[in-house]
Ligand binder design. Sequence first.
Ligand SMILES: [Zn+2]
Length: 331
Amino acid sequence: MTSIRSMMVFDTSVDTGTFARSCKEWGVDMPSLHPGFLEDDRMARALDAQGLRSWLNLPVFCDPKYLERHPDAYVITSLGRRAAEDWLHFVCPSRDDYLDSAIAGLRRHLARLSPAVVSLDFIRHFVFWERIALDGPSAGIEDGCYCPVCLSRFEQDCGETIDRKDPATHLHRQLLQPWADWKCRRILEVAERLLAEIRTLAPGAALAVQTVPWRESDLDGAIRTRAGQDVPGLARLAAMVAPMAFTQILGQTARWKEQLLAHVRASTGKPVCFYVQAEALYRDGTITAEQFDAELTHARHSDAAAIMVFHYEQLAVRPDKAEILRKHFRP
Ligand SMILES: [Zn+2]
């Protein structure tokens, strides 16, 4: 895979012509869209007009619109509540009806766009990793899914009966390993099914998976026990892995990011994507123009297969940072 220069965009009301021209001007050669941009042809036409390729990013289990119509499909978390926090509304991974509906959506969307890359985002169980300290305790991490469908399926799989009054405590104290393995297997099954469909619908597209920015040794193995991600297993299904290593969000350093990406590359044998954050999120503080510049320098000197800038709306109102991006992407 050649080095890709991408940037995420979220607001479907952006002027598509301005967006595509900005990408071209700043040297972004493969903007990353979510399916909300494919309800009509405007974005696909605007990118075509600038000769830009596209990256379709699918937020697999994060689907607030579906959950508005099907509230019974919400994840039930380890605290016994619906997984609806801020923008993160999570669908239970065991719902086959939801998968059928996601595949119908894929067919509709891939009829509008011929992306060069398709990635599976939110291909995991519920955790709000952005708010979890890497050096904090793993015991209090709120995860999913403890809904009746998941519990019944797991009972059938492992032959044990789960305490319905406090399933999270029972599972974590007595059945942690089989529970983690079951969660990981379900995520792999879903990824396999979606990627097989994408291979048929978009035969030329390179496939990627987004992963939580935790190593297997972080937080007592929470990437498997909580997020249900078997990263090497997911990587086998794709051409690239995109660990969401947002340095500022997690209060980490450039060295941490370098080591995490090296770990994912070594443990999967697959090229990785390097995320670059334009503005601060979740924690106090700012990302200065100098810090943004330094992270882009770091990204360019890494051997990442793709650089993903997060995100357009922030750069559109910061011409100084947009100019820094242009300097790196169109030197
Ligand atoms: Zn569930």
